[in-house]
Design a protein around this ligand. Structure first.
Ligand SMILES: [Zn+2]
Length: 140
């Protein structure tokens, strides 16, 4: 099992070492691989990659070291935020009502506009083993 991202001391270096053993794997698949990191559900996979502006189809070998650090640092933060907020991963804006549509950045928002750039959110489940949601403009 890989390091647990919800444990008090999430071992980023260990997660990094494990990531590097799977150079050809897509980052979206790596995030669900418990031998690399444990504790990330399918929803959080898409949300974390959106927040870090990383394409879900990027191979580990193509991740820049800076991107990798930002990603690993944000994983526990987003998970904790989500667990404290009943699964919500996106902050509500002023005057915005809480609804299924405003809960997430990209998860289950296929065909809706990206909150940041208004590009239409896409989803797919053939390249990745489980449904992946992303903004083709923000995540390249
Ligand atoms: Zn966008």
């Amino acid at each position: 099992m890989g390091p647990d991202c919800l444990s008090e001391i999430f071992d980023i270096d260990e997660a990094k070492t494990r990531l590097h053993t799977k150079q050809n794997l897509l980052i979206s698949e790596a995030l669900l691989d418990r031998k690399i990191i444990s504790g990330i559900g399918n929803k959080y996979k898409s949300e974390i990659l959106f927040i870090c502006k990383i394409s879900p189809f990027k191979q580990i070998s193509h991740l820049e070291s800076k991107e990798e650090n930002i990603l690993l640092e944000r994983i526990p933060k987003l998970l904790i935020y989500g667990y404290k907020n009943f699964g919500r991963t996106r902050h509500l804006l002023k005057n915005e009502k809480s609804s299924w549509n405003t809960r997430h950045w990209v998860f289950r928002r296929t065909g809706k506009e990206c909150w940041i750039c208004k590009t239409v959110i896409k989803s797919e489940k053939t390249i990745t083993s489980r449904a992946t949601f992303w903004c083709p403009n923000c995540q390249q």
